[in-house]
Design a protein around this ligand. Sequence first.
Ligand SMILES: Cc1cc2nc3c(=O)[nH]c(=O)nc-3n(C[C@H](O)[C@H](O)[C@H](O)COP(=O)(O)OP(=O)(O)OC[C@H]3O[C@@H](n4cnc5c(N)ncnc54)[C@H](O)[C@@H]3O)c2cc1C
Ligand code: SF4
Length: 286
Amino acid sequence: MRPFKYQTASTVKDAVSAASNSEGSKFIAGGTNLVDLMKEDVERPAALIDVSRIDLRQVRSEGDSVVIGAMAKNTDTANHPLVRMNFPLLSQAIFAGASAQIRNMATNGGNLMQRTRCVYFYDTSMPCNKREKGSGCAAKEGLNRMHAIFGWSDGCVAVHPSDMCVALAALDAVVSVEGPGGKTRAIPFSEFHRLPGNDPSRDNTLENGDLITSISIPKNKFAGNSYYLKVRDRASYAFALVSVAAALEIAGGKVKDVRIALGGVAHKPWRAKKGRGVSERKSCDK
Ligand SMILES: Cc1cc2nc3c(=O)[nH]c(=O)nc-3n(C[C@H](O)[C@H](O)[C@H](O)COP(=O)(O)OP(=O)(O)OC[C@H]3O[C@@H](n4cnc5c(N)ncnc54)[C@H](O)[C@@H]3O)c2cc1C
Ligand code: SF4
């Protein structure tokens, strides 16, 4: 692993200002994805800013939404009574991912930011536009059984690996971010991750120094009729070949609303919406 500087941040302001003032720096939270990528020489941050001690671990009810902190661990989030009661779909999706040990370390912010599991992205001897702009895409003619059906481009056919994000897409979550100068933004989940277009190196719409502070989920009436189904090569500890987060709102014996999101098949968590057809399967530039 290459040498890097390390510093801890105890507030959002400290973290954002450290990131803005240190070129080539990255936030580190649970470290379960970033450290692996550093060991493989895929990520080469000059400095790590440890945000895991920032007090953003609460899960709370706020008006018509439940707000989950970016630094809350995946396990604590999935087990929280507010999440279990309002969004069992989210608990199921989190428990379908990784292993108990990893979920105990992984944070919600880190889960949203985790990078693709495309084998060529991890293999620095192979061309990969996501890792090195303009180098090519080894997966197009290589091992691509687990790659994208939707939302791909000629530059990249990788899929987003998160289970949690599939449920968040179905639940219309909103991601809160704080950036340089204290600028805050609320990003609808559908606009958080981006499609590869002609720049696969950028997975999402965050700018340099932006820190995810929380994820807010509007309360809904799906809790009684929702399910997260994940199909994978092994019964546990494997990424999705395909997954579905499905939720129905039923009243008076009639279906009032439906939400379906797909995982493991697109460059970002994929909301299946009414009227979306074959022509939209290939990438746009977002
Ligand atoms: C063996 C293994 C199996 C796995 N299987 C699955 C699986 O089946 N399903 C699944 O969904 N996931 C799986 N995962 C991935 C796991 O869920 C992620 O590694 C984890 O969620 C990342 O969270 P973290 O806090 O450890 O992030 P880190 O590794 O600390 O960071 C990841 C990225 O997020 C950025 N970051 C972290 N926090 C913030 C923030 N608040 N704001 C902005 N940027 C931030 C970091 O800079 C870094 O780029 C697996 C991981 C491993 C190692
Ligand atoms: S699919 Fe994307 S991540 Fe995989 S090799 Fe091609 S450019 Fe890289």
